[in-house]
Design a protein around this ligand. Structure first.
Ligand code: GLU
Length: 508
């Protein structure tokens, strides 16, 4: 495969936010291309003007950029086959529609939408489906049934028309899908799809084939929902006399239940995003980026939804994915999306990130809460709590007490831990802490433990109450790490405040 130049394209239609299934398609194209030192193209398929959504194009590009998918040729990057936006290539498609009309592989059809709708309903009322194809086309208004004078007259007078592909009758066509293997389809089961419209716009089928050919696409890797279009595409390549690219249709992303296609509604119901980024228009939607996912975790998770490396390895950097990826290891069956697993990946990446980087990411959260610790102290803090966090924003609830001294104490816990000897115990502990020469966790722990065993107090209760006074509850990282981070002064202050509050009214 290395001697043919690998050129793949991701060809989204800008009809709204890109679903994570779309990002996965882009990713597999990218991994495949880069594995073979090939070219990854972004082509915008915006021929269906009615479905065009403002902002979608930028969204697509931003999402790819966030995911680390780099575009070699595209609407912004340019390239040898520019333009890469189909609406700017109208003239090209027109020529190719003409070609098919001239060879008789396509024909003009003048049936109005109303006429077609009427037929559809008529068929439906008899429990059948109307197909514009080999069984019906000779009964319709088209250049196969009308005289050439009439056709020319209609064209000249500006009547609305479409150009339809003339699907041959009863022919078995066979082709290969890399993922699904050999496929045979009888052409009589296919209808005469519209290729071109009198508004000067091609439909998806024509534009897609023409561009894949002109852009020298070697492999078409796209979602399974396009598999039904493949026989027509294969026929179009044949009609033009072009060699078709190789095809790979990727399995669907399924709902967490495993039944049906993953939809925005599943995300809303279960509280996870189905889009890479926040979508700000119309019906807004949350995105992985805004929910606090690391782009590396997002990409890693997507890569394994449909492809498997054939080993137990689960954590892959983009470079490792490029090296390991092979289209033969993409499965045929749908991949169940698991929101828990997505979180798991984020947690894994959190643990692998340096404390410096995490501190940088966490700093804005802390600043927003009104605190301005030094970078170094935040580095220390994140090292203590990252194990408990899945997202950067999660970390605040793990560290809030470092910044905000407890004001009240968990009553239930208090009852369990505070007894008649507690106040004396804390007073002695306070003296000990105040007299410590070196204020490191190791020193503190050693000295406190020695004192506890000499004094006859119970280690568990001392440690619990100490924590309780520093934190306000029984949670947080290692006790002496907390004390060190707070510093001697703040540690003593919290012990004093605790003593005052908890003994108020009892010992005046
Ligand atoms: N424009 C199509 C889409 O929106 C592209 C399908 C294909 O890759 O051929 O997914």
């Amino acid at each position: 495969m290395t001697d043919t130049k690998i050129r793949v394209r991701f060809a989204p239609s800008p009809t709204g936010p890109l679903h994570i299934g779309g990002v996965r398609t882009a990713l597999y194209n990218y991994l495949f291309a880069k594995h073979y030192n090939g070219i990854f193209i972004l082509r915008i398929e915006d021929t269906d003007q009615a479905r065009y959504v403002e902002g979608a194009e930028e969204y697509i590009m931003e999402a790819l950029e966030w995911a680390g998918i780099k575009i070699d040729e595209g609407i912004k990057e340019g390239g040898p086959h520019a333009p890469y936006r189909q609406s700017e290539r109208k003239e090209i498609y027109h020529q190719y529609a003409e070609k098919l009309l001239n060879t008789g592989d396509a024909y003009y059809a003048f049936d109005t939408p109303d006429e077609l709708e009427k037929l559809r309903l008529e068929y439906e009322s008899q429990g059948e489906t109307f197909n514009y194809g080999c069984n019906t086309r000779l009964r319709m208004y088209n250049s196969l049934t009308l005289s050439s004078e009439e056709v020319n007259r209609r064209l000249a007078s500006g009547d609305h028309y479409v150009v339809r592909y003339r699907m041959p009758e009863n022919e078995d066509i066979s082709f290969i899908d890399i993922i699904r293997g050999d496929i045979v389809v009888n052409t009589s089961t296919l209808d005469d799809k519209v290729l071109y419209k009198s508004d000067g716009m091609p439909t998806y089928h024509l534009a897609n084939i023409v561009d894949d050919h002109l852009m020298e696409i070697s492999h078409v890797i796209r979602g399974e929902e396009w598999l039904p279009s493949l026989p027509l595409h294969v026929m179009l390549y044949r009609s033009f006399g072009w060699t078709a690219p190789l095809f790979a249709h990727l399995p669907l992303l399924l709902k967490p239940t495993g039944k049906g296609k993953l939809s925005k509604r599943d995300g809303d119901k279960m509280g996870f995003p189905v889009f890479p980024l926040y979508w700000p228009y119309g019906e807004t939607a949350t995105g992985y980026r805004e929910e606090g996912y690391f782009h590396e975790a997002f990409v890693n998770m997507l890569a394994l939804l449909g492809w498997n490396p054939g080993t137990e390895q689960e954590i892959f950097s983009m470079d490792e994915l490029i090296t390991a990826f092979s289209i033969d290891r993409v499965g045929k069956s749908g991949s169940r999306f698991d929101p828990e697993k997505a979180r798991w990946f984020n947690h894994q990446y959190m643990q692998r990130k340096s404390n410096e980087e995490l501190a940088e990411l966490f700093m804005p959260v802390v600043t927003k809460k009104g605190f301005s610790p030094s970078h170094d102290s935040l580095v220390k803090l994140v090292s203590m709590v990252k194990e408990r966090a899945t997202f950067i924003t999660d970390m605040w609830k793990e560290v809030d007490f470092f910044f905000i001294a407890p004001d009240t104490y968990d009553e239930k816990e208090l009852k369990k831990r505070w007894d008649d000897s507690s106040a004396d115990m804390i007073r002695s502990l306070r003296e000990l802490v105040a007299s410590l020469e070196v204020f490191t966790p190791e020193e503190m722990e050693k000295t406190v433990r020695e004192w506890v065993s000499a004094s006859g107090f119970n280690t568990g209760s001392i440690f619990n109450i100490f924590r309780f006074l520093l934190v306000g509850a029984c949670r947080g990282p290692r006790l002496f790490d907390i004390a060190e981070w707070l510093g001697r002064e703040e540690t003593l202050r919290r012990l004093d405040t605790g003593l005052r509050k908890l003994t108020a009214g009892n010992e005046a």
